[in-house]
Design a protein around this ligand. Sequence first.
Ligand SMILES: [Zn+2]
Ligand SMILES: [Zn+2]
Length: 255
Amino acid sequence: MIENIFDTHAHYDDVRFNEDRDELIRSLPNKGVSGVINIGCTLPRSQKSVDLANKYDFFYAAVGIHPSDVEGLPADYINRIKTMAQNEKVIAIGEIGLDYYYDGYDKELQIKIFKEQLELAREINLPVVIHSREATGDMMEILREYRPKGVMHCYSGSAQTAREIIKLGMYISFTGVITFNNARRAVESCEVIPMDRLLLETDAPYMAPTPFRGQRCDSSMIVEIAKKVGEIKGIPAQEVADICAENAKLLFGID
Ligand SMILES: [Zn+2]
Ligand SMILES: [Zn+2]
């Protein structure tokens, strides 16, 4: 069994866990999971992340506004995130970023909210968890300007962009997508990322790795991602899990 699994990105507040959330979370340590960061997307879901982190020892929280949820925010939303971030189990601002995938998005608003949260993260000295979809040009421009400490999650870009993100001092994490048959780009990117900048994540309940593709994902499935990264890097899956857990603790300031 692979141990010391640190899942740096999951959404256990999602409705898909309503039936068995407690039971499932309590079973995770027996499956080798030693740490989970529950990631916020909206104000209420950020609060739920904090609640989960308060409830379970091995859970931590990120709080922030996802780029797809930037509309209709209250004027004092930054202060509300700041207040939540005072909890000692809040270890990052996220997930924040840009998402131009779905029609009808408000680009200017996404950029404004992203920048405001980057500024907050800098002010309170927390790393950021960044979401970027179909927005590489704008994203890289903003990252070059702000140079945040943090991770680019669910990485789907090119190896060349990965190199630049690493040069900016950031980490990159992969979900189950890297195990898919058509994941050539993710594999090529993984090849150029040094082991000390890699993180593992599930993005549960989404992105279940092969052979669980299409099912509800949970943190124990990260084993399949560790195996795949191990294959790419030519090292055992346990070593991948150990190194990535250390990387996560270093980035997020967890002892
Ligand atoms: Zn995301
Ligand atoms: Zn996510």
